[in-house]
Structure formats: structure tokens, C-alpha cells
Design a protein around this ligand. Structure first.
Ligand code: COA
Length: 362
């Protein structure tokens, strides 16, 4: 006669197995990037071009942000966040040596979706003529790609999916205030997309080692596009005066800058500490391309050489959820990342939200 019913023993044993399997990061699998791609529109908009639309100049923009030019979608080309995301995705899948049929799931990060709903993820599923795999959108602005890759990583760690398409894409230019009123924000943002295939890695010492995500919603109004929202919908906006700028991005630039430098540093340190790494162990830092001055501040603070930090904001401006993945793709294309490198991704943005990813490149 058994004192403990079989079902109880079964549950206890299963719980113990799961506990030991998932505690101390002993997940079933790690994930690693096996293919990268990016796409930016052809249309180059220089600082001089902007000075013809508003009261600004090349010297101010370069001195404060490091930006020389950005890409803005030309109307009529058919590009959008979903379309650019699909273009970058095709390249990433091909470079991964896979086909669309090998992809199990799509994670799409953007703040500028083609539609209020549905999201861009399902559009990519359709554009790439994929099977009816799942697709989600991540709405986390400048840290969108870091949140997206962290989400995909969890699906792979648990064994649920093997190959996930992770995309970051942004179509800012059609939603910016291109008058002097909007110059503090408009000169910063650019359009573009990047994508990667995240895949199962059986060796737990390789690939994504850890991800770290944070938010502080009390500062939501410091960097925001307030309308249209369900509380402030189109007829209401149309009735408002021309002074209603709630549908343009608002940014308290100085406040955002001050918070960004603190949070970037914190979340990079958090990731290094989690993996018993020191600042000196960073081989390549890919910071979100918010402002060259922010990246330079972090580089100085972490005492990193120029070849340990990758920046391309000079060419593309801030492409928000696309910026980290475009920069990672270009760094890899330029041969600046090699097997065994400790690669750190870090981002901060509207929400506020911020995060980091620590990888052992494999
Ligand atoms: N061209 C010329 N002058 C401009 C300008 C432009 N495009 N935009 C603003 N100015 C003017 C302002 O009107 C202000 O003039 P005033 O002193 O006569 O009032 C002056 O330049 C200084 O403006 P300020 O906003 O204080 O400049 P700043 O040094 O803080 O730089 C940012 C502005 C936006 C570049 C900077 O705050 C920043 O990069 N913040 C963080 C941005 C960021 O990371 N955003 C994304 C989050 S992920």
C-alpha cells in the first residue's frame, strides 16, 4: 500500500526536475544569432536638406547629436515599417542558411506600425508567405529590439521554438513635425529596418548569456506621441486647433539625455555582473544610436577603445527599434565581431524603458 498517491509523487518529481532545470540559468537551451540583415531607404536627407525646411543648421545638429544624414522614405516607394522589416528579414534568413519554412515564430519591434492594429509581425508572416506561425509586436520604442530579442530568447531557452525571426523597423519620417516648431526632435530621427534569426544553441556557454529589462512609467510623458489614442481619437484631433501637436513626438531632450546616460551604465553593469564579467571583457558594445554624445559618454565611462564601440548614427540618425539591429548587422558585416567575442547590446528610450543583452558570439 502506498502512503502517497502516485499523482502527488508525479507532481513533486516533475516540479523538482523543472526547478533544477531552470534555476541558475540552467535552461534547456541557449539562443544565438545565426543570420543578420538590414535595409534602409535610398533617400538620403542631409542636415543641409533639413535647414531648407526649418531653422536649423549642419553645425548645430552635428555638434549636439553627431548626425550628418539620415534616410527618410520617399512617398510612393511602397516602403513602410512592415515592408522594410520584411526586406531585412529576407536577407537575415538567407544569411542564416535557412528558408522561410524553417522559421517558427516572428517578433517585430516598432513604434511606427503600418496600422494601429494589427501589428507588423503578421504582415511579415504574409509578405514572406510563411506558414501560419505565431507573430507578436513589441511596443517598446528605442529599447524595442532589446526587448524583442529578450522575448525570443525565452521562447528558445524553454525549447518551445528553434528559429525565431526578430525584426526592428521604423518609419518615422511621415510622422515628424518638419517645421521649426519640431526641430528639437525631427532632426534626430531616421527610417530603417534590421532583422536577425535567433536559433537554438545547445552549448549553454555560447550565444545569449543573459538579458536585462527595466521600465519607469512615471516618465512616460517625457518622450511621447500622445495621439491618436483611444482617449483622443481622430474626429477630436481634427476639431482641435493647429496648435495641437499631440500627434507629433514630444521629447524633453535634456531630461531624456540625463536619464539615458545613467540607465545605460547601470544596465550594462548589471549584465556584466550577472556573467562575472568586467568592463575590460567587453569586445564590442552596440549602444542604441540615440545620440553620439550619449555613446561617447558611455565609452569614456567604461574606458573602451574606439574599436570596442560601434556607432553609425552619423549615417542613419536614431532609427529607434531598428537602431541596435542595424548597428549590430553593420558591425558584423565590417568584420568587427568574431567568434568568442563578448558582445553587449544596450538601449534606453521612451517609457522610460531600458535593457541590455550579453552575448558570447558563436
Ligand atoms: N537646430 C538648431 N537649434 C535647435 C535645434 C535644432 N535642430 N533644436 C533645438 N534648438 C535650440 C533650442 O531651441 C535651444 O535654443 P534656446 O537656447 O534659444 O532656447 C537650444 O537649441 C538648446 O536646446 P536644447 O534642447 O537645450 O539642446 P540640447 O543640448 O539638450 O540638445 C538634444 C538637444 C535633443 C540633441 C539632446 O537633448 C538629446 O540628444 N537628448 C536625448 C535625445 C535622445 O536620446 N532621444 C532618444 C531617446 S532614446
Amino acid at each position: 500500500m502506498t502512503l502517497v498517491p502516485d499523482i502527488v509523487l508525479h507532481v513533486v518529481l516533475k516540479s523538482l526536475i523543472l526547478y533544477f532545470a531552470f534555476s541558475n540559468n540552467n535552461y534547456m537551451y541557449n539562443s544565438k544569432i545565426i543570420g543578420l540583415g538590414h535595409y534602409v531607404p535610398d533617400n538620403v536627407v542631409t542636415n543641409d536638406d533639413l535647414s531648407k525646411m526649418m531653422d536649423t543648421n549642419d553645425a548645430w545638429i552635428q555638434e549636439r547629436t553627431g548626425i550628418k544624414e539620415r534616410r527618410w522614405i520617399k512617398k510612393g516607394t511602397g516602403d513602410s515599417s512592415a515592408v522594410m522589416g520584411a526586406k531585412a528579414a529576407r536577407i537575415a534568413i538567407e544569411r542564416a542558411g535557412l528558408t522561410k519554412d524553417d522559421i517558427d515564430f516572428i517578433v517585430f519591434a516598432t513604434l511606427s506600425p503600418d496600422y494601429y492594429f494589427p501589428g507588423c509581425g503578421v504582415q511579415v508572416q504574409d509578405m514572406l508567405e510563411m506558414d501560419t506561425i505565431g507573430a507578436i509586436d513589441i511596443r517598446n520604442q528605442c529599447s524595442g529590439f532589446v526587448y524583442a530579442i529578450a522575448t525570443a530568447d525565452q521562447f528558445i531557452k524553454t525549447g518551445m521554438y528553434k528559429n525565431i525571426l526578430v525584426i526592428g523597423a521604423e518609419y518615422h519620417s511621415n510622422g515628424l513635425d518638419k517645421t521649426t516648431r519640431g526641430r528639437g526632435v525631427t532632426v534626430i530621427f531616421g527610417d530603417g529596418a534590421g532583422a536577425c534569426v535567433l536559433s537554438r544553441e545547445e552549448d549553454n556557454s555560447k550565444g545569449i548569456l543573459s538579458t536585462h529589462l527595466h521600465s519607469e512609467g512615471k516618465y512616460a510623458d517625457k518622450l511621447i506621441v500622445a495621439s491618436p489614442s483611444i482617449g483622443h481619437w481622430v474626429p477630436e484631433i481634427l476639431e482641435n486647433s493647429e496648435e495641437d501637436v499631440s500627434y507629433f513626438p514630444y521629447m524633453d531632450g535634456t531630461f531624456v539625455f540625463k536619464n539615458a546616460v545613467v540607465r545605460f551604465s547601470e544596465v550594462i553593469m548589471e549584465g556584466l555582473a550577472k556573467n562575472n564579467l568586467n568592463k575590460e571583457d567587453i569586445d564590442m558594445l552596440i549602444p542604441h544610436q540615440a545620440n553620439l554624445r550619449i555613446a561617447q559618454f558611455i565609452q569614456k565611462k567604461f574606458k573602451l577603445r574606439d574599436d570596442q564601440v560601434f556607432n553609425n548614427i552619423m549615417k542613419y540618425g536614431n532609427t529607434t527599434a531598428a537602431s541596435v539591429i542595424i548597428a549590430l548587422t553593420e558591425a558584423w558585416e565590417e568584420g568587427k565581431i568574431k567568434e568568442g567575442d563578448n558582445v553587449v547590446l544596450a538601449a534606453f528610450g521612451s517609457g522610460f524603458t531600458w535593457g541590455s543583452v550579453i552575448m558570447k558570439w558563436a
